[in-house]
Design a protein around this ligand. Structure first.
Ligand code: FMN
Length: 213
């Protein structure tokens, strides 16, 4: 089986959010798609270990904010590589409340609000079906595709993403590479030559979080 074929399946990048008690919670997903047109049902797929998974099943409502190429990568790093279990991920992110759901406003293309209508458990993940109740245009920025995220932002998917794949190690390559232990970002060259103010461009951690690849 040639798993590289899976990289040709196209996706977008989204922040899925909900309200838990009085706070905003949410994470990054690439698995959002429209399922039916007349009643506008969408599906999202969430890892059962993600805090957002339980919060949405409890609130029965969620918002999808469509990430654009102009959205600060910090939105992806905060929401996609940290858990609301550990911290308030929204502290440094621009958002506003719409119908009591948090919507990301940092150059996002738009937002859609949903009510959960069904779920289907799939091994490690749950597919959640939502009925669209509101759609809000926020900008004309081009939507970020998963391909753009990989090729231009040079981002990776963490283990909880359904599309996660172990890195294929390339042999006979003399190039020195360091890999970020938090998000998997690859730094080409000797990271020790960077000064102490260096931060991972994806998740913002310091250079001591990088390991030789
Ligand atoms: C590019 C990218 C795509 C991702 N796609 C998904 C996804 O489709 N489903 C999912 O459950 N997690 C996905 N994740 C992982 C979650 O965003 C991540 O595990 C997050 O830390 C969960 O936060 P939480 O525990 O606060 O919910 C993705 C992350 C990134 C960076």
């Amino acid at each position: 089986m040639d798993l590289s074929v899976l990289f040709n399946v196209t996706y977008g990048l989204y922040a899925v959010t909900t309200k838990e008690d009085d706070r905003a919670v949410g994470c990054i997903i690439n698995t959002c798609s429209q399922v039916t047109s007349e009643s506008k049902i969408f599906s999202i797929c969430l890892n059962k270990n993600n805090y957002t998974h339980d919060a949405i099943l409890k609130s029965k409502r969620f918002a999808i904010s469509i990430i654009s190429e102009n959205t600060d990568p910090k939105v992806i790093s905060e929401l996609g590589f940290f858990s609301s279990r550990e911290k308030d991920k929204f502290e440094q992110i621009a958002y506003k409340w719409k119908q009591d759901l948090p919507v990301i406003t940092d150059n996002t293309c738009g937002a859609m609000l949903f009510e959960v209508v069904d779920t289907k458990e799939m091994d490690t993940h749950t597919v959640i079906f939502g009925k669209l109740v509101e759609a809000i245009k926020l900008s004309e920025n081009p939507a970020m595709t998963y391909d753009y995220y990989h090729k231009v932002v040079k981002g990776k998917a963490p283990k909880n993403a359904p599309t996660y794949q172990e890195e294929v190690k390339k042999e006979d390559n003399n190039e020195v590479k360091y890999v970020c232990g938090i998000c998997g970002y690859e730094y080409k060259g000797d990271i020790n030559k960077e000064d102490d103010s260096f931060r991972c461009p994806i998740c913002g951690v310091t250079k001591d979080n990088f390991k030789l690849a």
